[in-house]
Design a protein around this ligand. Structure first.
Ligand code: SF4
Length: 199
């Protein structure tokens, strides 16, 4: 294998950063679906250029729509508490959603909206090449795995998507609503994620 010098690594990293900025700029002016009419700002996603994990949620909420940053509301703060026990920090990960604009009243994004927006996420994945993709919630899991199976049927195993390992767990907001019932399965899912990171 050809050795890559620190200078070459910097060039590669700056290329990746430029690619992500270009995607974010396209997203900022995107009107490819009806969600564009409801947003305050777009939420393209953010994080490390070389992340061990890409976390993918459903769509921006109120706080994300206000700030332009993913997972900064209560669910995002809760997600942060999942990371430390498995040796991760948010700054090392990349966090994004299936749709980049907030659905009104936090409703689920419609299939046509997800279909319009998914190419942006696909391009982000191609740039950052995460070691593992972790889907947060049913919408992200069904979208990235191209299935209508339930979240319960999808979690607890390692899937593959375009060469990337994919694991599935509950959305942090669902766990916040039902801590007692979902904490144990989420913990098990995080252990599965950790085992993939250690390979
Ligand atoms: S949700 Fe995605 S496809 Fe729809 S307007 Fe926003 S950026 Fe464009």
């Amino acid at each position: 294998m050809t050795a890559v010098s620190p200078v070459q690594e910097d060039v590669v990293a700056s290329d990746r950063g430029a690619s992500l900025l270009a995607i974010a700029a396209e997203v900022a002016s995107c009107v490819k679906c009806g969600l564009s009419a409801h947003r305050t700002v777009t939420v393209p996603g953010e994080g490390s250029l070389d992340p061990p994990v890409l976390f993918v949620g459903e769509g921006p909420g109120a706080e994300e729509d206000r700030t332009g940053r993913p997972f900064v509301g209560a669910a995002g703060q809760y997600l942060d508490t999942w990371l430390t026990p498995i040796g991760l920090a948010r700054s090392r990960c990349f966090i994004a959603n299936c749709v980049k604009c907030r659905p009104p009243q936090n409703r689920e994004p419609h299939p046509d909206e997800i279909g319009a927006c998914l190419p942006y996420l696909e391009r982000q994945i191609a740039v950052i090449k995460p070691k593992v993709i972790c889907c947060l919630g049913r919408i992200a899991a069904q979208t990235l795995l191209g299935t209508a199976s339930s979240l319960g049927a999808l979690r607890g195993k390692v899937h593959e998507r375009h060469g990337f390992p994919v694991v599935v767990t509950y959305h942090p907001s669902a766990v916040l609503r039902d801590k007692a019932g979902l904490r144990k399965p989420v913990w098990d899912d995080l252990q599965l994620l950790r085992s993939l990171l250690q390979k």
